[in-house]
Design a protein around this ligand. Sequence first.
Ligand code: FMN
Length: 619
Amino acid sequence: TAYTALVPSENSFIKKLKTSGRSLVVFYGSQTGTGEEFAGRLAKEGIRYRMKGMVADPEECDMEELVNMKSIPNSLAVFCLATYGEGDPTDNAMEFVDWLKNGDADLNGLNYAVFGLGNKTYEHYNEVAIYVDHRLEQLGATRVFELGLGDDDANIEDDFITWKDKFWPAVCDFFGIEGAGEDVSIRQYKLTEHVDALPEKVYTGEIARLHSYKNQRSPYDAKNPYLAPVKVNRELHGPTSERSCMHIEFDIEGSTMRYEAGDHLAVYPVNNSELVNKIGEVCQVDLDTVITLTNTDEESTKKHPFPCPCSYRTALTHYLDITSNPRTHVLKELAEYCSDQADKDKLKLMASTTPEGKALYQQWITQENRNIVHILEDIPSLKPPLDHLCELLPRLQCRYYSISSSPKLHPTTIHITAVVVEYKTPTGRINRGVTTTWLKEKHPSDPPCLVPIFVRKSQFRLPTRPATPVIMVGPGTGLAPFRGFIQERDIARKEGKEVGDTILYFGCRRRHEDYLYKEELEEFEKNGTLKLHTAFSREQAQKEYVTHLLENNKEEIWSVIGEKNGHIYICGDARNMARDVHNILVKVVMERGKMTEMEATAFIKKMDTQKRYSSDVWS
Ligand code: FMN
């Protein structure tokens, strides 16, 4: 409105920068916290170069103010931006990117740099960062340092620190800053211990609103999850399988929660109590101490790193990620708390960007897969204050699962299909997936086991007209969303609607071992709802996968996608499967559609834009 243009609002980052004597602002587009963490690290490091920095969430800022950045002398705006889905910005950067796209702001005089967060297994690798970097220049801004791209499939931490190492000298060059200051670690949060905290004022695991788990109020979302009772928890694998796959049904009756087949279910997990206790022992702290961590930067919109006040136990159980491999800046800050010089040197080396340091981090942290508990165990002289550790650890994230039911058949329950993650690390330890291990123990009971969940809408949808034929490629738990799709097509058929072919490609190791929902699928096949193609990779000498079946069914594929304007869906955790399927489709279109490779690729691309070619893949 005209108002905000005249009077700097709460959301004026320029005003904040000016009143606190800062010249560096680091914006982040982040969904699961990595981009936010990187932004925080950059803002903090600015002080070494006499550029006092501030982190900012574009969703909470008037981004139009970028045109006025030049009113702050020697100022710099950095953007740490993740890419999602089909090359989309994160929720919090959506509006900003739209503004760049649709507007024609004059950004002359704005100095900037962009670091992108992405994953090479996705087709639209780092598209948001690439676009923003290019668009800012187009609008007249000055690129101070080249675009950096982080690949979360390889080692994004390495990509980031390598970029950062060259970024700062370039910034110094650009602004004529001479010599870096001391590399001192400054605490971001101040500790308060509460001796007589009133229990009703203390958070016990709520994501945002105090007592939100006691008095639940819809609508439910990421900040306000619904505590759903577990109604069913059943093993899907046969007794000979060495793995476990759970079919879980959450009760949503009376919650007003709605979902559609193809949506995702987010689950907030809880950390294992043995790991939590171990940290308490090493740090020699009573985990039931109630604390508040308060940001020392008063301008920051983030007052606390997690809901405070809460006990250390709550923080370590509900709010902090204690099972991932810690990033280098955590090791660097922890190094100061080693009483043994050799231990200190080792941590510092791992946090450095020297080739030896990177190699050691790669081996000792990444390959040998150590989490914070393993590090504390293996470096006995390391005794960090627990409040500092809590400041450094990243937030525990919710996990997303493809919903495996249709609301048309199951209006009051949401189903998921999840493999229990458990493996031995090179140091002989057993690592367990936080969420699946926790869910494994949740069975129907009275009182019920409650799990904090919310539904995230997806783009993964059946065609609006049931008459449109569909091909679904879903090996392993990639079957999940298709179970919902098939249920929906079955209902349409039983209602007497005209339903096009519903074709499923499913694959697993052996039919008696990990063939998920075998009876259900065979029943759908028998009643005429489903055409089923199965590949059992380990039942014969020659490995057979769904991709092999696709290669042998070119006629059927072309009939669906070429002749009947049908849809094709791919889902699964097979890293390269989506690419393989894409290549096979190009071949099918070339052969059956009599097109050149270029025309065939364009044909598939068009299916993509028409939402007739969708994938829901994870790696
Ligand atoms: N990276 C890409 O480069 N392109 C994508 O299209 C893309 N889609 C993603 C979709 C999902 C569901 C997930 C979980 C990740 C995707 N990624 C993609 C990778 C993320 O951008 C990457 O992991 C990044 O580090 C996340 O940053 P954040 O923690 O700040 O949200």
